[in-house]
Design a protein around this ligand. Sequence first.
Ligand code: NAD
Length: 801
Amino acid sequence: MSVRELFQTMTYGTAPEAADAARAWLDAHKRKFDLFINNQWVKAEAHFDSTNPATGEKIASIGDGGKKGVDLAAQAARAAFPAWSALSGHERAKHLYAIARNIQKHARLLAVLESLDNGKPIRESRDLDIPLVARHFYHHAGWAQLQERELADYQPVGVIGQVIPWNFPLLMLAWKIAPAIAMGNTIVIKPAPYTSLTALLFGEIVAEAGLPPGVVNVVTGGDQTGAAVTEHPDFDKIAFTGSTNVGKIIRRATAGTGKKLSLELGGKSPFIVFEDADQDAAIEGLVDAIWFNQGQVCCAGSRLLVQESIAPRFLDKVKLRMSKLRVGDPLDKSIDIGAIVDPVQRRTIDGWVQKGIAEGAEIYQPDCPLPDKGCWYLPTLITNVSSASVVVQEEIFGPVVVALTFRTPKEAVALANNTRYGLAASIWSENLNLSLDVARKVKAGSVWVNSTNLFDAASGFGGYRESGFGREGGREGLHEYLRPKWQARPTPLTTENTEKKAKVQPIPAALNGGKANGHAIDRTAKLFIGGKQARSDGNYTRPVSAPDGHVIGQVADGNRKDIRDAVEAAVKAADGWGYKTGHSRAQILYYIAENLSARADEFAQRISAQTGADDAAAHAEVSAAISRLFTYAAYCDKYGGEIQETPLRGVTMALHEPIGVIGIACPDEAPLLAFVSLFAPAIARGNSVVILPSEKSPLSATDFYQVLETSDVPAGVVNIVTGERATMIKTLAEHDAVDAVWYFADAAGSAFVEKASAENMKRTWVSYGLSRDWQSEEQGAGEDFLFNATQVKNIWIPTGE
Ligand code: NAD
């Protein structure tokens, strides 16, 4: 084509990136790879093919680790743990720094290999994936350096099993490995079967950087190898990124084992455009939101919500922009959209689109030429759908955006939150007031104002709701790889019910004539639901006994209906309480403390009567409870979050938001102190609670009704249901409107709570039947409680031109 013709047509030429170095690396390994354990290649028993999605050709043969490979790697990581965790933070920092430097040194090779293996445009692997990988190791080298100073109360978790997906193969690896090894853990990682190559090259890179053998081990393989990791007894924690369905399987498989767990799962993130948005900027944003990495992005802006007043023109402009997108060879530097990772994935994408069409949706795809071979999908816009349409609800995980309209900001928020996911959101408006208000109200872990898909090591990434729990990046991400210093790994010996207790027989309230076993007793304590004392639905009561067996009181025997009522009351209260200022919440907690203090003797007597504690011990428990209320009154306005130092020109705010409704089961010991130590941090940070007091000694909690009633606690913020813990926890843990469950009782109940939580991906915090010293400030209070009472939302606000 002549220069004149080129100027006339303005067509792009090809600008391919050379793949020689990547091919040479593959050839040097004879295109056959085994497992990378202990800094060396270990033979795999079987192999599978890895193909180039842009051509369909086989690139290499990859080892399938299976259970045996995972065993070997787990042993290597276990052997390396004592020495690695004993290194000083500075020594570990030097190792992470060396890894970061080596990644930069091999950046081009890594980028080309990633694009060959995954099909993503070289522009993205070169300019986003690999630089962010290096950034993660630099940033976490810093955390290793500061660990003794900044995180002195914590220790590493131990040996970690990590399983990652194929959409950002090396980046997901870096998000997992950098914080883990920075904090002194050793790891075994299993890449996704489609994309193992950069993980294997990474193994060589860390060995070259001088990382001790066994600290990082790469076991490639299929889903069975993934299951071998998540089910392996020797891991102290599992970190998973992948689909919500597999996340649920893993939650159930690890339930009750005492393994820590973080899950980064799927999403269906809203991309909200208000009528006053800079529309051209929003359209470029949309390109980055849904056509970046072929839309195979967990936080892709796959639901376009446009204000009705601008929708027709905006959607026309989107179509025009789509017609200019170029799909083709990922190694071509001027391509916008690369190859879909595998034909299986392409079929899944198309399957969803066809379902949308069958439901009456309209489809727009530009008339864009596609290469003859390889695996491609045209950028797709779906309209004429309702909020219940399958294509609006399900994660398509491809270059497909579905558009809906809204009239008011309120409707935009309702539509945005009308999903089981909560990973990210993008908000476009020139009105600061409006955009920040919507940013607060959208339930998502990352919110980008007038921007999209921004990531950085200094900012935690992770989900709300069924997008999982745990964060990667930021200070909050470090907690996923740390355990309080006082706490050994919980190793529940059995998930059988370890509590040896006589079964208490509930009796109909009508038969409880104010006496039991010949002792005069108080009136029967009711339940406390929605700010009022309420009779239990079944109208049964339970006797409460002193240690010598004589009955000292009666409490209501709550049932499933009572729990449902309590949850309903807590849901009603949650938003109002969460939006109250920290100062107002603090006033109420101080007031509770004051009212408890006024009745200290009475509460001490009650503790003695229930537990047999002597007067001094009982008074000490009351004093500790008052002090704890002061602690959390103090924290009402001192744990709000921080500004993250990302490279963004603007502000990245990490807000500590309430989780919502927390169900809490108290232990039997310390009937007042444990009860207070659990509900106080939860409500201090803006959650509402349904709390099951000590089953054996519930009277300290039922006496507390009057303290709550006289302390201006809004109705529904604290709901207390007495009765049999095992029955009630079932309803709480399975309830869809409960966002988190804390269970501080037996191992069997702990396992049950973790398993049941998988249904709506509740966050859980359980004791596995191990007790803690509630009197101690270290064990009975502190950051762990605040951390579990909050979730971090990162709001990114670019400023300037
Ligand atoms: P996937 O869940 O099928 O697989 C992820 C990984 O888990 C792979 O390594 C796979 O081999 C392994 N695996 C599969 N079944 C397993 C099992 N039963 N036990 C243990 N491991 C098992 O997901 P995918 O298709 O590879 O990735 C796409 C999904 O990942 C999407 O849903 C996407 O939203 C999600 N994702 C989330 C994030 C995030 O940070 N939240 C990031 C990237 C991708």
